[in-house]
Structures are given as C-alpha cells and as structure tokens.
Design a binder for this molecule. Sequence first.
Ligand code: AKB
Length: 320
Amino acid sequence: MQKILVTGAVGQIGSELTMVLRKRHGNENVIATGHKRKPYKTLLESGPFHFIDCTKINTVAEPVKRYKVDTIYHLASILSVVAEGQPQLAWNVNMIGLYNVLEVARNYKCRVFDPSSISAFGPTTPLNNTPQDTTQRPNTMYGVTKVAGELLCDYYFKRFGVDTRGVRYPGLISYKTLPSGGTTDYAVEIYYAAIKQRKYTCYLKKGTYLDMMYMPDALKAATDLMEANPAKLKHRNAFNVTAMSVAPEDFAAEIKKIIPGFTMDFKIDSLRQAIADSWPNNMDDTRAREEWGWQPEYDLESMTKDMIENISQKCKMKID
Ligand code: AKB
C-alpha cells in the first residue's frame, strides 16, 4: 500500500487530487498538507492533515518520516500573476520549496510528482503545435521557476535515482476549488459569471488561444503518469498534456448554447495579456500519448455542460 503526501492540498488541484487519492489508496494513507489556507471540512475530516511550509525543509521531512511516506505529489506553487507581483516569494516557494521536497525524497526514498506548466515556454517557443522538446526561454518568474523545476527534477532522477515525473499543465478548469493568481483563471470565472450575472468582462483579448483542460482529466494525468511503467518513459519532466485549445470567444459561444442571454465584453489587463501572449496556442502532446497512454476525456462542449450543471447546483441557481 502506498503512503502518499500531498503538498498544496488546499489549492485548486490539491483539494481534488487528495480526495481521488484517498478513495483509491485509503483515507489514512494520503496525508494532506497545506500552508496557510484553511482546509475544507471534507479534506480535514476524511484523513490526516498537517500545516507545513515547503520553504522549511524540516516541516516537509517531519510528516514524511512520521507516516513513512513513499510518494509525494508536490502541488504547492505560486501561479503566474502573483509571481509577477512578488517574484522573490515565487522563487522561494517554487524553487526552494521544490528543492526541499526533492531533498526529502532523496533522503526518505520517495517518488515525486511535480507539475510544470505551459508557462515553461516563452515568446521564442513555436506557438502552434508546440513540441515536447523545444526552446524554453520564458520571460516570467513563474515560467523561470517551472523550467528550472523541470531541470532540477530531471537532475534528481539522473544523479540520485529519485523517481520524478511531471506534466506541463495547461489552464485548469474546475467548479470545485477556484484557482488563485493565474493568467488562465478567466476560464473558471466566466462560468460563475454566466450563471450568476449572465455576463462577463474578459481580461484577455479575443483570439487569445491557450491550452485548457477540465479538472477530471488533470487528475487522471497525474495519477496515470505516476502509475505508468517507468521502462516506457523516455521523458519524465515534464510531458506536454492538453485537452483543448480555446480563446475567450469560444467559451462564450459554448456557454451561449446553454444560456442564450449570456454576453461578454472585454477590458484587457496588460500584464495578463502579455503573459498569455508568451505562452503556446496549442501544445503537441504526442509523447505523453505514446509513452504512457495519455488521453483526455473532456472537450469544450462536454466540459461546459458539466461546469454549468454543477455550478448551478452549487449556487442554487436555475438555468432557464
Ligand atoms: C496560470 O495561469 O498561472 C496557471 C498555469 C497555466 O500554469 N493556471
């Protein structure tokens, strides 16, 4: 039986991944950890929860040692917009935090899942059909930490034999936990606004294509990769994975099919637009498909239907 520790368990991915892992491996075998944010009742009551600070190695090592952890899903990270505002904080959390997790993994023989992101690419990367192996010269602090993280994870695998694996996540969309401080957050906001106000003001321009993915697929990517046969992995850190390439007007058109009165206008945020413009329009995820069978289930249409159904229920609002 695996003993798993999840960092960032109160965040957008962590809150859902922890519950999936608990269902699969048993509640007591998945140790959720967070930093400051209060954990949700279900997270807190369904299994062990500890506050840790990834920038302090002892706080990471303590639960790993205590619970004899063998697998770490390291999800604690500062996202792109916050990282541009506070680059020093982003370096600390994203780099020192990862370094500490890798050191603990080396000492206690743990496997590590560490997600990278589309932000690991930059303005000189091919924008369309972005290859798995290509130019990576990001111009944001978040992107710098993600490329460095990919390299560091590869280094720990080659140098110390730590079984590190990762994916480059696109913008993630979920109705359960809101993202915070990312460039792609609009893709979640738009659904809440459509249901609550029937209108949305988008901070990215029409025609800004970005890779996106529905959360159930993002969770599947993490667990499938961690369960993949290592002999088949030619790449490790990190695999391009995508489910759809979408611009704001595509979301609006899909939402309008279910909420015909929905309207969208634009008020461009120059920081977030510049970040989005530096990221790929669509990635080529052939390597993930070939090496560990990656296959997303949701497209824009099925995701939109599911998002609208679930948010309406959550907000107790009827769509007519
Ligand atoms: C962000 O927008 O910062 C994140 C990401 C794409 O990594 N969602």
